[in-house]
Design a protein around this ligand. Structure first.
Ligand code: LLP
Length: 431
């Protein structure tokens, strides 16, 4: 079910360390990452391209979890890095991440963000709209340099986890529409802009996708456009960036494919299309976020109060909630959990796990079966490694949780728990 070991006493282990010890040592709520698992996920992507001898970049989407330590692990695993803000770029640079492997996204990149990207000469900027072409061109000329760019296109396919919606004109805030001529216009504009070197195109069809057909449909659409652009615009696509979105397991209901299968399917389809149109095989880039860190992370909470409504429900409250995991409140996302001290115990209670925010919607898990629970027990929620810490917030003024990396029996604090002083650092008096 979950990729973690259980020791002889029935305790949940991560990277060779007892999670109860981690909860004791660092306090809760606590994000714990199994670094070996992060590496394994990353290698599933990287090695599959390598095995098939395909030039590729696997760019970790740092929005899933951005921190100095994570950028360092990404560097160690030869990943590239997708950033969507100056903050994520700043983190990558502070971590010593190779700038030539950083790609920048965003539908409203500010002048300042673009300037920083140009100053550091990052690998490429993914152009999202016409305004950005003008703005970036101006900046690049002011700074007397050039920049590699991709254009982001919307192929008219949107993945909704199990099915795909085909839209004629794509109604999205991101990118240039492939079907209404705007993408072609952007291509023409960039051809007339010599300081911006157009390397290729980008598309991202969605997130938490379990099948490969959506990617295949998108690739078909992209190559129809590439074929037209080859003939009419003399454009050769060096880089084809297919985005992220590979699904992971949160609960038993989720049946993701092995990560290798996604890569194989992408390569197979690109092979098919390049042959069909006699187009040279481009370098393939992907941008997995969730599938690299999601199942490598768990959150440890301490259980506090309990409320039983006879015949209705038993609420079990933990010391975190929507401040460290917004996903259940925001997307109705489902999670699985165990008692860290009794993973395989008899699941005799049906309970619902509540966060401690002042909001009825702050529920982490509805109707889960667990062994008998007592206050001060540690609850471990699985698959919280992506979009947990990165979407953490200060609602009700809860300080942000700490993050620990564990590998080969060694635990290391990589993001300190926020103190009240940290949180009030920017508050000024009005007296
Ligand atoms: N590339 C682009 C252009 C993206 O927009 C995204 C995600 C990714 C890559 C990475 O997708 P992944 O491999 O992680 O699925 N906060 C939401 C997810 C938002 C994803 C936004 N874009 C959640 O918690 O489910």
């Amino acid at each position: 079910k979950h990729p973690f070991k259980v020791n002889d006493e029935g305790h949940l282990m991560v990277g060779g360390i007892d999670t109860l010890e981690l909860a004791e040592k660092y306090g809760t709520p606590l994000f714990v990452y199994d670094v070996e698992r992060i590496r394994k996920n990353a290698r599933a992507f990287v090695d599959t391209f390598k095995k098939r001898n395909i030039r590729a970049q696997v760019a970790y989407a740092s929005k899933a979890f951005s921190s100095i330590a994570m950028a360092q692990v990404a560097k160690q695993e030869n990943l590239s890095l997708d950033v969507v803000s100056q903050g994520e770029l700043y983190t990558a640079i502070k971590a010593g991440f190779p700038v030539e492997r950083i790609h920048m996204h965003g539908n409203n990149k500010s002048r300042e963000e673009l300037k920083m990207a140009v100053k550091y000469q990052i690998g490429c900027i993914v152009i999202d709209n016409f305004y950005e072409i003008e703005l970036l061109n101006e900046i690049v000329n002011e700074m007397n340099t050039t920049m590699n760019v991709l254009i982001r296109v919307t192929p008219g396919i949107e993945a909704h986890t199990h099915d795909y919606i085909l839209t004629g004109n794509e109604d999205s805030k991101f990118g240039f529409d492939l079907t209404n001529g705007q993408a072609t216009q952007a291509l023409k504009k960039l051809k007339e802009t010599p300081s911006l070197h157009l390397k290729g195109i980008h598309c991202h069809i969605g997130s938490q996708i379990f099948e490969t057909d959506g990617f295949i449909m998108a690739i078909e659409k992209l190559f129809t456009a590439l074929n037209t652009w080859k003939e009419e615009e003399d454009f050769e696509c060096e880089v084809l960036n297919l985005g992220g979105g590979f699904g992971i397991r949160y609960t038993e209901e989720d049946q993701p494919l092995p990560l290798e299968n996604y890569v194989d399917a992408l390569i197979d389809e690109v092979e098919k299309q390049t042959k069909k149109y006699h187009i040279p095989f481009p370098e393939i880039w992907i941008e997995p976020g969730r599938s690299i860190v999601g199942d490598a992370g768990i959150t440890l909470y301490t259980i506090g109060s309990m409320k039983e409504i006879p015949g209705v429900r038993k609420y079990i409250s933990v010391d975190g909630g929507m401040t460290d995991n917004l996903r259940p409140a925001l997307y109705d996302a489902k999670y699985d959990a165990v008692l860290a001290a009794n993973v395989n115990g008899n699941k005799e209670e049906e309970v619902s796990i509540a966060g401690k925010c002042c909001e009825s919607g702050d529920m982490l898990i509805w109707d889960i079966h667990l062994p008998k629970i007592r206050p001060d027990d540690v609850l471990a929620v699985f698959s919280t490694g992506a979009y947990g810490y990165s979407m953490a917030n200060h609602y009700n003024r809860f300080p942000k949780a700490a993050v620990v990396f564990v590998e080969n029996g060694v635990d290391k604090l990589v993001v300190k728990r926020e103190s009240f002083e940290d949180m009030l650092d920017n508050d000024l008096s009005y007296n």
